[in-house]
Design a protein around this ligand. Structure first.
Ligand code: NAD
Length: 384
């Protein structure tokens, strides 16, 4: 057995942890750029904390899931203001933007040279400017991952900028910041977290270290996601989801994902669909097709026992079987009002294009079994 584990240099977790930001930031830089989502009110306390400490933050807003142009413009603004620290505050979108800006601040050349799939995929040689990642959703775990997911509108695809240099120097996780997340976003982001705990547990790339994180994260997400959805003020549920999200990030960055994310990257590049909702809708269908394919073609694959272990956790019953994961996760999506893929304007005519893209996606290589084209079509049909 051989495995590696790499993560943010430091993780600080706790209610009110945001208040510790300023002294931690001064250790890492003098001129921070603060990348945040569209809400001015949400980021205002953070800017005040930094200003009170004598730092003059340079704000930069990203309004949706980040595009390659968002990164280019952010790099230009950071250069103009001589920023030496990038703080990402928000969901996965601002955190990923911050990580990509920090990488391009120190590395020469154009973004496309470093992007996988649509670019040359050159390695980032120079360490990024330091990054502090502060999640305000419980979903992506991007505060501890080494990639940034970017949409290239001209290519119609989401791709990753990826490098060990992109691991944040500090992940500051304060569950209080998620209290204001409305139910629909709690649902979609929470399903992203849940998927990021299931896929790294059943992938052949799992390690004992990621296994522990996945099982503990699944346990917490299973008991907390519906509660957080129904009552955003349920502080225990919010804390559980913040931990589940963090553990999902730790797991995916050190194992692999699977077919759900293989599809989600392509769908997110082509259609205006929230990443987590797409993941949630696909999870029961990918699980069903995976389990059937494993039973038929690879019955000794350890992923079957792993699905069964997840089922035991979800149901709290020692007699649970792998297929119970399908039923449980489909019921969860119904409870959380997750719509079918057709909602986003996807039609059957798009399937061949989606399947071609998904087959090339790096996440697809983490799936416990290689799926046939007919199986990939079936997944889309079932999730439609
Ligand atoms: P997001 O960052 O796009 O945010 C979704 C919405 O939630 C936005 O409208 C935002 O304004 C709102 N929001 C955020 N925090 C809030 C709060 N506290 N209260 C109220 N509203 C709030 O969504 P996300 O799901 O967190 O991130 C999605 C992006 O992350 C996608 O681009 C996805 O591909 C990427 N991602 C990256 C990784 C990684 O490892 N880098 C992993 C998974 C997903």
């Amino acid at each position: 057995m051989r495995f590696e584990f790499a993560t943010a240099t430091r993780i600080v977790f706790g209610l009110g942890a945001l208040r510790e930001l300023a002294p931690l930031a001064v250790e890492l830089g003098a001129r921070p750029m603060v990348v945040s989502g569209k809400s001015v009110e949400r980021v205002a306390p953070l800017l005040s904390l930094l200003s009170a400490r004598g730092l003059k933050p340079v704000p930069y807003v990203v309004t949706g899931e980040p595009t390659t142009d968002d990164v280019r413009q952010g790099v230009a603004l950071a250069r103009k203001n001589a920023c030496d620290l990038v703080i990402g505050f928000g969901g996965g979108s601002p955190m990923d933007t911050a990580k990509a800006i920090a990488a391009l601040l120190t590395n020469p050349g154009e973004l496309l040279e470093y992007l996988e799939v649509i670019g040359q995929g050159k390695p980032l040689e120079v360490p990024s400017a330091p990054v502090i990642a502060i999640p305000t959703t419980a979903g992506t775990g991007a505060e501890v991952t080494r990639n940034a997911v970017l949409t290239s509108p001209e290519h119609g695809v989401k791709v990753s900028l990826r490098s060990p240099h992109m691991l944040p120097r500090l992940a500051l996780v304060d569950p209080e910041l998620t209290y204001s997340v409305p139910p629909a976003i709690t649902a979609s982001t929470g399903l992203d977290a849940f998927t990021q705990l299931v896929e790294p547990y059943v992938t052949p790339a799992a390690s004992p270290l990621t296994d522990g994180l996945c099982l503990e994260g699944i346990r917490r997400a299973a008991r907390a996601l519906q509660r957080a959805y129904r009552d955003g003020g349920d502080t225990q549920a919010r804390e559980d989801m913040a931990i589940a999200s963090l553990f999902g990030g730790l797991a995916l960055a050190n194992a692999k994902l699977g077919a759900v994310h293989g599809f989600a990257g392509v769908l997110g590049g082509l259609f205006p669909a929230p990443h987590g909702a797409v993941c949630g809708r696909l999870l029961p269908e990918v699980t069903a097709v995976n389990i059937r394919a494993l039973r038929k073609r690879d019955p000794n694959n350890r992923a079957l026992a792993r699905y069964e272990e997840i089922a035991r956790l979800l149901l709290g019953a020692s007699g649970a079987v792998a297929e119970d994961v399908i039923v449980w996760s489909a019921a969860l999506c119904r409870d959380l009002a997750i719509p079918g893929l057709a909602t986003y304007g996807i039609t059957a005519a798009d399937f061949p294009h989606i399947i071609a893209g998904a087959s090339r996606a790096s996440s697809m290589k983490g799936n416990p079994i290689a799926l046939t084209e007919a199986e990939l079509i079936e997944i889309l049909e079932r999730a439609w």
